[in-house]
Every structure is written in C-alpha cells, then in structure tokens.
Design a protein around this ligand. Structure first.
Ligand code: IDP
Ligand code: MG
Length: 161
C-alpha cells in the first residue's frame, strides 16, 4: 500500500541534526511540533551513510561547503521524524525558520536555538514533492504508523477534518 499524503495525512520529514543532539535539544524540538498539534507517525535514530547523505543533499553536491556539511551531518546519528497534518510541509517549514539561523525569526526553532548557517539544528522538507521523496527515503512503509489522535477534534475544525 502506498504512503498517503493527502489532506490530514500530508507528511513531512524532519531531521534533528547532530548539533541539536550534542546540545541536548531533542526534547525541546519535538515539543514544538507536538504542541503545534502535529501527529508524529514515524521516528528513529539513525546514522546517515554516504549514499543516503548524497541523495538527501544532492541539490548541494556542487557547493564548496558540501564536504563540511557531510562531515557535520555524520558527526553523530540524527533523529528522523515523520510528522503528519493538514498542509504540514508548509507549517513545519514556518516552525523551523530560515536556513541562516542567526537571522531566523524569533519564535521559530532555528530563531530560538541556533546561530549558524550549517549547524541549524533541524532539517525539514521544503515542498510536498520533496516531502514525499524524503519520507520514502528515510522510512519504510511499516515504520510509519496510522492511528487516531483524539486531540484532532480540537486541533482542527469540523470542516477541516
Ligand atoms: P534548508 O535546510 O533551510 O532547507 P538548504 O539550502 O536545503 O536549506 O541547505 C541544506 C543544509 O545545508 C542547511 O540546512 C545547512 O545545514 C547547509 N547549508 C546551506 N547553505 C549553506 C552555506 O552557505 N554554508 C554552509 N552550510 C550550508
Ligand atoms: Mg532544504
């Protein structure tokens, strides 16, 4: 069965990056998404091997900083999470803030917890097409869970559910 991405089942990939693991920020970062009302449907700790990293950051392969980015991302395992919700890809990007963390909006995760362009604590898929590719790249179908969340009765209005 294919992974569902429509309506309330839209999904996005979030990585808690090695800088956040080292700085003990896992709980604080997860809290932002949970408190927002998103549903966690997949989570695991994993090391990024060379092949996965190259695929994930293919759009940056020609950049001068690619080698240091790869080293940074392989400095420790990451936490990979799949979050679900209505228009969740966009909502999660807004929660994360812009790439250059020291200019990210206060209140966003990067705005509150980071200062660097590269060590910016989280990755989030940047559009629905990439979210589909990234969720499938990091999670097998049986690692994603479909369950009812009672909170949804209050997180979303009736016409949004
Ligand atoms: P995003 O994570 O905000 O989507 P991308 O442009 O997709 O930003 O870049 C992926 C990651 O590569 C960034 O989060 C950051 O860790 C790193 N990165 C991007 N631009 C630079 C740069 O100019 N110098 C160093 N690292 C960078
Ligand atoms: Mg990106």
């Amino acid at each position: 069965m294919a992974i569902e991405f429509d309506g309330l089942k839209e999904k996005t990939l979030v990585l808690v990056k090695p800088d956040a693991i080292q700085r003990g920020l896992i709980g604080k970062i997860v809290d932002r998404f949970e408190t927002k009302g998103l549903k966690l449907v997949g989570v695991k700790m994993m090391a990024l091997d060379e092949a996965l990293l190259r695929e994930h950051y293919a759009h940056l392969a020609d950049k001068p900083f690619f080698t240091s980015l790869a080293k940074f991302m392989q400095g420790s395992p990451v936490i990979a999470m799949c979050w679900e919700g209505l228009e969740v890809v966009n909502a999660v990007r807004l929660l994360c803030g812009i790439t250059k963390a020291r200019e990210a909006e206060a209140g966003s995760i990067r705005g509150d917890y980071a200062m660097s362009v590269s060590c910016n604590v989280v990755h989030a898929s940047d559009n629905v097409g990439n979210a589909k590719r990234e969720v499938s790249r990091f999670f097998k179908e049986d690692e994603l869970h479909d369950y009812a969340k009672s909170e949804y009765n209050h997180v979303y209005a009736e016409d949004e559910r």
